[in-house]
Write a protein that binds this ligand. Sequence first.
Ligand SMILES: Nc1ncnc2c1ncn2[C@@H]1O[C@H](COP(=O)(O)OP(=O)(O)O)[C@@H](O)[C@H]1O
Ligand SMILES: [Mg+2]
Length: 215
Amino acid sequence: MIITFGTQKGGVGKTTLAIAFANYISGVSKRKIRVFDFDYQKSFYKKWKEDELSDLPKLYEVEIAGEQGQLFSDFEHLIDLKQSNDIHIFDLAGTLDEKYSDLLIYSDLIIIPFEYSNVSVKSTLVFKNILGMLESEAERVFIRSRYDKGYGYLNQREMDAEISKYGMLVESPVFKRNSLQTIDTRQLTYYQKDAVQKPFNEIIEYIKTALKITL
Ligand SMILES: Nc1ncnc2c1ncn2[C@@H]1O[C@H](COP(=O)(O)OP(=O)(O)O)[C@@H](O)[C@H]1O
Ligand SMILES: [Mg+2]
């Protein structure tokens, strides 16, 4: 299967959540996990490389998408990844590029982090429109990222109502936590796990019901 972390808004938590999700999934699923960094900034890949100094065991391999002749604009290759029992996680850049088109169309699931700001919600809706124009067959999951518990967000309810029309809105937010600023690719610390496990369990449950895939 293919799970993609995407939205053209930068700095919204795609890479952080992709790392946390890959780590979390490797603890709850027996399936092989393969990560593809499709961002030219290669933040996931660089982190994973840095973590080679760690004493902890490696949880998964990370490849730079588009290198070594892997063409993710290659429809047949994507279908192979989709049909495989392995879990393929893609982390995208905060820009829209034609090279993402087929991936956005054929992902099983697209996880779209957003924050409660007008800019973030607007660009989330632009992204959803792009998925619509591409006639993407992916299930869409919207997740509140860097959610500040003590903060009263203006228009949160209206934004939730709008976003819920276009996919599953994960009920539990990913809280704004210092612990998530220093994430590595080999483990989730107690505090990191605490910050993500509820929303991730909701996503896993959704994959089971909407996609009929047990991870
Ligand atoms: N839940 C969170 N709490 C605190 N900081 C976060 C959280 N999620 C992301 N960040 C920080 O926000 C910045 C942008 O996150 P990143 O995952 O790189 O976003 P993107 O991949 O969408 O550009 C990073 O400095 C990261 O450490
Ligand atoms: Mg990123």
